[in-house]
Design a protein around this ligand. Structure first.
Ligand SMILES: [Zn+2]
Length: 115
């Protein structure tokens, strides 16, 4: 998201000169770059956490890499499958928790489905 919103392009009418607008764009770019770096750091930390959790779960539950891979493939197939609304029958948007047509709450199997 832009630091100054989408309206910054139309600021000339408020008396802002080209130099000022260039500085504002540079600040926006730096802010977006910082957001990207923060997200990258979070993903790296979550990856490390997942690896550590998998290490302990595998040890204590005597699971194999093949079982993990098979379950990941099962989750991928589930994610690719389209779901229909239980109320109106129309195709649900996977990124929405409610039906776009009737507002019915999407059915979920797991809390992870609500994220
Ligand atoms: Zn619906």
């Amino acid at each position: 998201m832009s630091l100054f919103g989408k309206s910054s392009r139309g600021n000339k009418r408020f008396g802002m000169d080209d130099d000022f607008e260039a500085k504002m764009r540079l600040l926006e770019a730096r802010s977006e770059e910082q957001d990207y770096e923060k997200l990258k750091l979070k993903v790296d930390r979550l990856t490390l956490l997942c690896q550590a959790l998998w290490h302990f779960v595998r040890q204590h539950q005597e699971l194999s890499e093949e079982e993990l891979t098979a379950y990941i493939e099962e989750l991928k197939k589930k994610d690719e499958k389209t779901e229909n609304c239980s109320q109106c029958g129309r195709v649900m948007n996977k990124n929405q928790h409610r039906c776009l047509y009737c507002g019915s709450q999407a059915q979920t199997d797991s809390y992870f489905d609500t994220l």
